[in-house]
Each structure stands twice: as structure tokens, then as C-alpha cells.
Design a protein around this ligand. Structure first.
Ligand SMILES: Cc1ncc(C[n+]2csc(CCOP(=O)(O)OP(=O)(O)O)c2C)c(N)n1
Length: 279
């Protein structure tokens, strides 16, 4: 008799609904501020939905539960996406989301350790993967089977510290570590111009099990996360090709989408585009 998996079959449509809820929530937070890092947030929403509602082991009532899986958002400026998913997952009261970016809020524009469910302080790019390698090693030394998932950006591939961490992860055989590399093609001033490609081949050459997928394709995300469960002595890299502004066509077409200002007049159109996208 062939071995069968005991894992529940993924409900891709339900996960897409979750991603849509995250996008709506991010748009509301941006609307309240009039500006924000919304385009990259919309782009990473599918990945976060797949992670939090299909893959990660956690308990929102116990953010410090030692046996939780860790999710590290290396790009602190993607915080709007983090808060959306933390609210959807039960770590935050959705009523707190409108405080995003305001003085005294627990939801600063770049992630900080004041927010339940946020594992690392963000802001200074290029450090998340190194921290993830350290956590993965620490968990193994402690004898825990928790895993570490680290989102990082294509901009962070400009930084030597990221590649040092990539070497370290492979050297130490961190097969409890999954890097989710958001290759959305933009950096602060426009398109990525540093010669970071071929990203997947580089991670493979550094000793990682590597996959490359459309990061806005839920079925592909679920399949890649499931494939990354194997404990074969190698860290896992999933290169996500995402589209900034995904779900809102006008934002997808913006040439400089790194930091977006949403005028009151644009708001209704953007929301209508988002809802039409699900129709
Ligand atoms: C070490 C460091 N250098 C520079 C910055 C300033 N900075 C903030 S966001 C950003 C853009 C980086 O591009 P990417 O991470 O790919 O983000 P995206 O444009 O996709 O939001 C930069 C350079 C920073 N936060 N940290």
C-alpha cells in the first residue's frame, strides 16, 4: 500500500480569500495615512496568507510559545503587510490597525519589537537572514522541531551580509530554515539595477534547495511551501516573483511604487479595482 500524507489538502480558494482580506486591510491602513509602503505589501499578501493559514505553527494567545515557528520579516518597511496578517491571525485586534504609523502606536511604519507576533526589529536592511540562521541553529541546539521562515527582498541581495548568512545557513545544514525572497523588481529609486540575477542559481550554488515561483499564484505558493518541508540537511530558498501593487491595476502600473501616496480622489477607484479583481 503506498504511503499517504496525513496533511490536510490545501484550500487554495480559501487562502486566496485570506490574501484578499489582507489587501483590503492594507488599503484601509493606507487610506487612513494617505501614504505608505502599500505596493510591496499588496505584492507579498499571497505569501503571507499561505504562510499563516497553511504552513506556520503558532498560537496568537501565546506569542512567545517556545515551540512556535518563527516568521522573520527582514524588510521592516513591509510592516503594513505584517500588521494585516497579524490581525487576521488573531495576534492583533483589527480595531488597532488604524493607528498604523501614528505616534505612540504599537504599529510603527517600520517593524519594532513592541508588536505581538513581530520577532525582530526591522528597518536596517540586510540583517534578517543572518538572524534567521542564528535562530534556526538555536532551535536545533535546543532540540526543538520549530522552523524559521525569513522574508527578505531583492534589495537585500545587494548586501554582503545576506550572502554571508546564505553561506552560514548551508554550512550549518539549517534544513529548518526557509528563506522567502521577494523579488518584486523594485528598490527605493525604481527598478533593481544591481546584477543580482540569476537569484535562484546563486542560492543553489550557495548550497540551498531552491525553488522559483510566481509569488502571486496561491497554488504555486502552497506547493513550494510543502516541498520546503523536507529535512535533507539543506536550507530552503523560495524565490518569489511578485508584482508590486498586485490586485490594484493602477498601482501595478506605477513606475515608482516603493512609497505610494494615495490621494482622497484616488481612493474610491483603487478600492473598486481591488474588489473588481476578486469578481
Ligand atoms: C541598510 C539599509 N540601507 C538603506 C536603507 C533605506 N531603504 C529603505 S527601503 C529601501 C529599498 C530597498 O529595496 P527593497 O528592499 O527591494 O524594497 P522594495 O522597494 O521592494 O520595497 C532602502 C534602500 C535601509 N532601510 N537599510
Amino acid at each position: 500500500m503506498p504511503a499517504t500524507t496525513t496533511l490536510p489538502a490545501p484550500d487554495v480558494a480559501a487562502l486566496e480569500d485570506r490574501a484578499h482580506a489582507l489587501r483590503r486591510s492594507m488599503m484601509e491602513m493606507t487610506r487612513g495615512k494617505g501614504e505608505g509602503y502599500i505596493a510591496q505589501g499588496l505584492g507579498i499578501a499571497d505569501c503571507l496568507a499561505a504562510l499563516y493559514f497553511h504552513e506556520l505553527r503558532y498560537d496568537p494567545a501565546r506569542p512567545d510559545w517556545p515551540d512556535r515557528d518563527r516568521f522573520l520579516l527582514s524588510t521592516g518597511h513591509y510592516s503594513i503587510a505584517m500588521y494585516a496578517v497579524l490581525a487576521e491571525a488573531g495576534y492583533l485586534d483589527p480595531d488597532e490597525l488604524p493607528t498604523y504609523g501614528l505616534n505612540g502606536s504599537r504599529l510603527p511604519m517600520s517593524t519594532f519589537d513592541v508588536t505581538p507576533g513581530v520577532e525582530i526589529v526591522g528597518g536596517s536592511l540586510g540583517h534578517g537572514l543572518g538572524q534567521a540562521v542564528g535562530m534556526a541553529l538555536g532551535l536545533r541546539i535546543d532540540g526543538r522541531d520549530s522552523r524559521v521562515f525569513c522574508e527578505l527582498s531583492d534589495g537585500e541581495l545587494d548586501e554582503g551580509s545576506t550572502w554571508e548568512a546564505a553561506m552560514g545557513g548551508a554550512t550549518f545544514g539549517c534544513d529548518n530554515l526557509v528563506a522567502l525572497i521577494d523579488c518584486n523588481g523594485i528598490q527605493a529609486d525604481g527598478p533593481v539595477t544591481v546584477a543580482i540575477e540569476p537569484v535562484a542559481d546563486k542560492f543553489t550554488a550557495f548550497g540551498w534547495d531552491t525553488q522559483e515561483i510566481d509569488g502571486n499564484d496561491m497554488a504555486a505558493l502552497v506547493a513550494a511551501l510543502e516541498a520546503a518541508r523536507s529535512r535533507d540537511g539543506k536550507p530552503k530558498a523560495i524565490v518569489l516573483r511578485t508584482t508590486p501593487g498586485f490586485g490594484v491595476p493602477t498601482l501595478m502600473g506605477r513606475p515608482r511604487a516603493h512609497f505610494v501616496r494615495v490621494g482622497d480622489d484616488e481612493w474610491a477607484d483603487f478600492m473598486a479595482e481591488l474588489e473588481a479583481d476578486r469578481g
